[in-house]
Design a protein around this ligand. Sequence first.
Ligand code: AHM
Ligand code: MG
Length: 336
Amino acid sequence: MDIGTTLTHFLLEEERKYNDASGEFTRLMSDLTTAIRAISSAVNRAGIEDVLGQAGATNVQGEEQKKLDVLANTLILQSMEAMGHVAGLASEEMDEPYAIPAGYPKGKYLLVFDPLDGSSNIDVNISVGTIFSILKAPRPGVDATVEDFLQAGAEQVAAGYTVYGGCTQLIYSTGNGVHAFTLDPHVGEFVLANQDLKIPHETAEYAINASNRRFWEPAIQQYVQDCEEGKDGPCGKNFNMRWVGSMVADFHRILMRGGVFLYPRDLKKPEQPGKLRLLYEANPMGFLAEQAGGACTDGMRRMLDIQPESLHQRVPVVIGSKEEVDRVREYYEKYG
Ligand code: AHM
Ligand code: MG
C-alpha cells in the first residue's frame, strides 16, 4: 500500500519553496480540512440522517437537527476559532464577521467562506461544495472588522473549494498553480490527485440558467443565441450546454475539461447585480480560474480587480476558458 502525497506534505513543500516556511499557513489549512472532513461525512450521511430524523427532526439526544449549511458553518468556526491562525471569519451564513472568542489568540489571516454552496441540491443527492478564500489580516492579532475583509480578489493569499460528489475532492491554489486532492475515506487524508491543473483555452461548452433568459441583458441574450445557432451562426461551431445548479460542481467540470459558466445580472431583480457573492464565491473561483490559465470577469472588469464595498456584495460572474470569457466580454462591449 502507498499513502501517496498527502495535502499536509504538499503544503509544507510549497511553503518551503515559496514562503518563509513558518508552517502557519499549513496549520491553518490543516484546521480547515478537519472541518471539511466533518462536512464531507455529514453530507455523505445526509440521506441516512434524514431517514433517522423524520420523526420530529430530532436526533437521539433530543437535539434539533441542524440544516446542513448551518452545521457546515458551525463546523468551520469550531475548527478555526481556538487555533490562533485567523483574526476573523466571515461567511455566507453570518450577517457579520464572527469574532474570535475572548481568550483565544488572533492570527494573521482572515478566512471567508461559503460553507455549503448549492445546498438546495442536497435533497436530490447532487454535488455541493465548500468555497474558501484566505486573506492577510491588515491588523494581525486584532479582532477583524468588516473593512478588513473588503480586499480585492487579487490580494487573496489562497483560495479553494471542496466538492462533495462521487468522492470528496479539495482544490486549492496559493498562487503557484491549482492542485487537486482526493479524500481517502478509509485513511482520512487528502491525497494528491492532480498537480498544476490547466483549463483548456478554447471550449464549446457553456453553463447558464436559461430560465432567466427574458431577464438577461442584451449581451447575454445575443451570446447565448449565437451559441445555440452553432456552426450555422457567427460562432462557427456547435456548443453543448450543462447546468448543475451548484457552482462548485459546474466550476469543477470547467476546471477539468474546459467551459464557460455565466451567472449574469438578472433584470428580474434590477437592484441586485447578479446572484453570486463577490467575496466567497466569485473571488476564490476567479483566483483558481486565473491560476489555471482561465479568466473571470463581471462582464466588464477583471473580477480580481473589483474593490469590494460590502461583505455580501453580489456580482455578475463569467468564468472559465480564457478564449470564451474574452468573447463574452466583447459581447458586453458591443451589446451592453
Ligand atoms: P447558494 O450559495 O445559496 O447555494 O446559491 C448559489 C448557487 C450556486 O451554487 C449556483 O450556481 C446557483 O446558486 C444556482 O442558481 P439558480 O438556482 O438560479 O440556477
Ligand atoms: Mg453559495
